[in-house]
Design a protein around this ligand. Structure first.
Ligand SMILES: Nc1ncnc2c1ncn2[C@@H]1O[C@H](COP(=O)(O)OP(=O)(O)OP(=O)(O)O)[C@@H](O)[C@H]1O
Ligand SMILES: [Mg+2]
Length: 253
């Protein structure tokens, strides 16, 4: 039986990728994953499993020593990050990435640097960020570093989305953020596919990641442990048991 959602060509892939930070210490070892268009692909796994490394590799920040990175089925291994941006791929990294002393608006303007002379486009990007997160408009003149952790996360998301990406890579979007704001962020992420944005979500919050993902990859020691599509989560005994033991969370069909 064909399933258009899973049979569609992946927008991004890691194909048997190995990555080492120092010489021969391999952090990823033959990792493969595919990001299907219009879906939320969740990546979970214990601390140090290589989740952030996988995301950084997908975005060209790390170059594999083996294997390939592909975009739209085309091998792009070694392509620098700015060219990923040009291909409509945005990354919101795990660590804070704002200029704390600059205003909210200047942080957004900096994201528009490559088209800074196109005033209409810059204004469009600002308007989109403000429409998505009205709090950013309220705070637009304030230094980014003076906002709460959650509001800073909204700014990072707004900044990435202002550039109208087709794929957004999110690394621990709610780490260190108050539960109420976290819930709001997950609700927001869940709406992105409806806006035509494909999502890759790396998360320690297994419960929320499982809840909103269409396809899930579990990593362990830089390798694929198990993966499955949403409709398989509940049926896949290995995935179900693993997650139940891990976070005391039962996946329901
Ligand atoms: N810049 C670096 N230099 C050397 N080793 C690193 C570097 N960054 C990460 N590592 C190591 O690589 C391994 C995988 O790290 P990574 O950050 O990808 O894990 P993770 O799954 O994202 O973990 P966490 O859930 O804690 O964010 C870890 O053992 C880590 O110590
Ligand atoms: Mg990480």
């Amino acid at each position: 039986m064909t399933n258009p959602a899973t049979d569609a060509r992946p927008v991004m892939e890691l194909r048997n990728v190995s990555v080492a930070y120092h010489g021969d210490i391999r952090i990823l070892q033959g990792l493969s994953l595919a990001v299907r268009p219009g879906q939320i692909t969740g990546i979970i796994g214990p601390n140090g499993a290589g989740k952030s490394t996988a995301l950084r590799t997908l975005y060209g920040l790390l170059k594999p020593i083996e294997g390939d990175v592909a975009v739209d089925g085309e091998v792009v291994t070694g392509m620098p990050p700015w060219r990923f941006i040009a291909k409509g791929i945005a990354l919101v990294p795990q660590n804070r990435s704002l200029f704390n002393d600059l205003s909210v608006e200047d942080n957004l303007r900096l994201a528009c640097w490559s088209f800074r002379r196109d005033k209409a486009r810059v204004n469009g990007a600002l308007e989109r960020a403000y429409a998505q997160f009205p709090i950013l408009h309220e705070r637009r003149k304030q230094p980014a570093g003076k906002m709460s952790g959650g509001q800073q996360r909204f700014l990072e998301l707004g900044r990435a989305l202002a550039l109208q990406p087709r794929v957004i890579l999110l690394d621990e979007p709610t780490a260190m953020i108050a539960p109420r704001l976290s819930a709001e962020i997950y609700e927001f992420i869940a709406t992105l596919p409806k806006q035509g944005i494909t999502v890759v979500l790396v998360d320690q919050n297994v419960r929320q990641c499982v809840r909103i993902s269409d396809h899930l990859y579990v990593l362990e020691l830089g390798q694929n442990k198990v993966d499955g599509a949403k409709q398989d989560f509940a049926q896949d005994e290995q995935l179900r048991t693993l997650i139940a033991e891990w976070v005391d969370y039962r996946i329901d069909a």
